[in-house]
Design a protein around this ligand. Structure first.
Ligand code: HMG
Ligand code: MG
Length: 301
């Protein structure tokens, strides 16, 4: 046993770079480059890649080509390629593109959810009901995001009960897993047991993921706090790209290579090759003309 006590021996990494990583980029990325990024990530041993987003192209022009991206990637056996879906329209587009797992997304506050998807939390849950119905009929798995779980750019403080309530409602609708998001990267490690703990206690570690943004440099510390709680599913983005265009001040996700470096150093298995992730990160940074955002790439080039 480690000095930290019992830790999960294995962690599942959900790579959100092609979706969260690119949605905040104002310059349009070529479809072929999105496809190449996903294909490079597919070689790393990842089991889950959030590949794109079937949202309104008025809201996020970057994903107007979501269907083309899904049609052009080279799917690997054993890898799930999921996509964000905000409504029935998005669900139909996703199904037409052969998507077998989707994610619906709401938030812990009305302020954020209105800005992000033009609905209150309550309205979003009502809008998801037929999406989940169609998903069930088509045997498509559904993840549910609860954004601004640790603080909201519009409504400020968020109570853990608000997060638990929305998570419960998503499970009642039929999602298999919730991902609790620190959308604007304000969380500190003490908040992790407060916010994640109650959800974890209710549904167990195999149904809860955490999704940290590194806006203030606390993402890895928060990931460690989640690990100590027993969380074993972590969202992260290659090269530390990312951010929600409807959350002012939001910036990059926890970088996949930084997460892997910490986990592997602690003897926790992921099945993911850090060097293959680094190669995918270098590729997309080159496309974007961006310097490395992850500590791992800064250190290792
Ligand atoms: P709205 O304007 O209320 O919707 O937007 P609408 O039904 O009135 O539609 C407006 C227009 O969009 C219409 O087109 C629709 O046809 C079209 P028009 O007739 O004006 O030309 N439209 C669509 N087109 C294609 N696919 C669709 C679709 N839906 C409508 N699915 C809506 C509401 C939800 C659609 C919009 O606000 C939206 O798409 N928002 C997405 C915002 C977004 O992607 N945010 C980032 C993802 S969330 C996130 O990053 C957080 C996360 O990472 C976790 C964390 O960090 O916490 C997940
Ligand atoms: Mg995010």
């Amino acid at each position: 046993m480690s000095v930290f006590g019992q830790l999960p021996p294995r962690v599942r990494v959900v790579e959100v770079g092609p979706r969260d990583g690119l949605q905040n980029e104002s310059a349009s990325v070529r479809t072929a480059d999105k496809v190449r990024l996903i294909d490079l990530l597919s070689e790393s041993g990842l089991q889950h890649i959030e590949a794109t987003s079937f949202v309104s192209p008025h809201a996020v022009p970057q994903f107007a080509d979501a269907g083309e991206v899904m049609g052009a990637i080279q799917p690997r056996e054993g890898v799930t390629y999921s996509a964000l879906v905000p409504n029935l329209r998005g669900m139909r587009r996703a199904l037409e593109s052969g998507v077998r797992e989707i994610a619906v997304f709401t938030g812990a506050t009305d302020g954020f959810t209105r800005h992000n998807i033009n609905m209150t939390v309550e309205e979003s849950l009502s809008a998801f009901a037929p999406v989940l119905g169609l998903a069930r009929a088509e045997s498509v798995r559904v993840r549910g995001y609860v954004s601004v779980a640790f603080g909201c750019p519009y409504d400020g403080r968020v109570l853990p009960e608000q997060v638990l309530d929305v998570a419960r409602r998503l499970f009642d609708l039929g999602v298999h897993e919730v991902s609790l998001g620190d959308t604007i990267g304000v969380a500190t490690p003490n908040q992790v047991p407060e916010v994640v703990g109650p959800v974890l206690e209710e549904v167990g570690a195999d149904r809860v993921a955490v999704h940290f943004h590194d806006t203030r440099g606390t993402a890895l510390a928060n990931a460690l706090a989640a690990l100590l709680l027993g969380v074993s599913t972590f969202d992260s983005a290659a090269a530390g790209l990312g951010g929600c265009p409807y959350a002012p001040g939001a910036s990059g996700n926890l970088a996949t290579e930084d997460l892997l470096y910490m986990l592997h150093g602690m003897g926790i298995e992921t099945g993911v090759d850090i060097e293959k992730i680094a190669a995918a990160s270098r590729f997309i940074l080159n496309v974007l003309g961006r310097a490395p955002g992850s500590k791992y790439l800064q250190a290792c080039g």
